[in-house]
Design a protein around this ligand. Sequence first.
Ligand SMILES: Cc1cc2nc3c(=O)[nH]c(=O)nc-3n(C[C@H](O)[C@H](O)[C@H](O)COP(=O)(O)OP(=O)(O)OC[C@H]3O[C@@H](n4cnc5c(N)ncnc54)[C@H](O)[C@@H]3O)c2cc1C
Length: 444
Amino acid sequence: MHLVIIGNGITGVTAALTVRRLQPGARITLVSAESAHHFSRPALMYVYLGDMRYQDIKPYEDWFWAENRLELVHATATGLDAAVQTVQLDSGAVLSYDKLLLATGSRGRRGTWPGSELTGVQTFVTLPDLELMTRDTRQGVREAVVVGGGLIGVELAEMLAAKGIRVTILIRDTRYWGSVLPPEEAALVQRQLDAHHIVCRYGAELQEIVADETGRVRAVRTTTGQELPCQWLGLAIGVEPNLDLARAGGLETDKGILVDAHLQTSAPNVYAAGDCAQLREFARGEVAVEQLWYTGRQQGETVGHTLCNAAAPRPYRRGQWFNSAKFFDLEYQTYGRVPAEPVPHEHSFCWQHPTREALLRINFRADTLAVTGLNVLGLRQRHDTWAAWLRAGTPVTEVLANLGAANFDPEFFRQYEKVIVASFNQRFPQHAVQLRRRKGLFRV
Ligand SMILES: Cc1cc2nc3c(=O)[nH]c(=O)nc-3n(C[C@H](O)[C@H](O)[C@H](O)COP(=O)(O)OP(=O)(O)OC[C@H]3O[C@@H](n4cnc5c(N)ncnc54)[C@H](O)[C@@H]3O)c2cc1C
């Protein structure tokens, strides 16, 4: 089998390594426009900050690819002819495939504002974005504006603030990440932003980008009528799947490349996975286009199995939702489903440390007490433990009695189980819990 994979991100590389393991004789070619070798996209910010070098964010040494007989082609795939099973490259070369995987990822949304093509205005998704930002913020930037208060918006704020640049974030919501975080979590993140002197303009949207006489951004005007001076503008309003190649090949697309449960596209022997794929069918509480590192890896592994055994294709099963991030110094993890606003028939128990930056929220069903979701900020919980509790619909009383088992590292992380359980018992005396003592001391 000759497997051609377009895209050497986490999805493409995981698929390649899975196929190499399952089918040692397969010929595998990885094509990527962005970089010769795979690198960790979430770690791009650390290169900007100077904490890591580019070679440090490459998970594999350069010799690894040849050693594992993975052929790397640094080029853009511009054409796809699914009828004769070929891919055309911008170098003029044509690759024939038996199986093709599109793992083309996504690109930053730029919006349609006047001035979005000015110097000093950019998204932050790719290696060229990193290079551009490094160049354009090296000198002469005193003030910057970031549009969008999601995870990448906060990353940009942290990066710029570390260089001594004053940052304003324009946020459409009325509180930080209001569509995702409940008010208590949003307030805790806000304290981080305030502590790092990041100005947040809530309810404000970008209206126009203003140029100076050299064609560089000079200011932005907002929908609330303000003009904010800035010499750099970051657009962090989300990402959209890279669909050019799929469209050139006549594949069915919508927001992403449409795939069935086996990640197969509308063309025979062509699959799509990761950021660029859109599931035709998905379960309640799941999303059709998943743009996360972990889900890219999961989809890459799933499709790798199917590529090696088309007679018994493996369906993609997302499993429990989880995500993690860092807001400056504050770690955040979320498991299961924690809506930003309360939902009927569900209780939301939230504990917060009175003085430290630490919060734990457990959502559970009012009838069966089964846990449905967890948010933690400033604490670290064990993924496996929470995934098992959520999968089994474990009652909150059982979870709290054993909360110590989910403490990521009781040796190094403060243990708040005792006060958390006491707080729960105060709020829900009818379900009072007795904490099962584990080895080690409880510190409060
Ligand atoms: C700044 C930043 C921080 C992030 N942090 C997190 C995080 O903390 N946690 C998390 O879960 N997720 C995070 N994400 C999201 C995560 O990085 C992505 O979900 C993941 O990288 C997607 O992997 P992928 O392999 O599907 O696509 P990509 O990593 O986007 O790889 C696709 C590759 O295909 C190439 N390509 C596209 N079209 C062609 C073509 N026609 N020819 C040749 N090559 C092509 C692209 O250039 C790209 O190199 C972050 C994203 C960004 C931008």
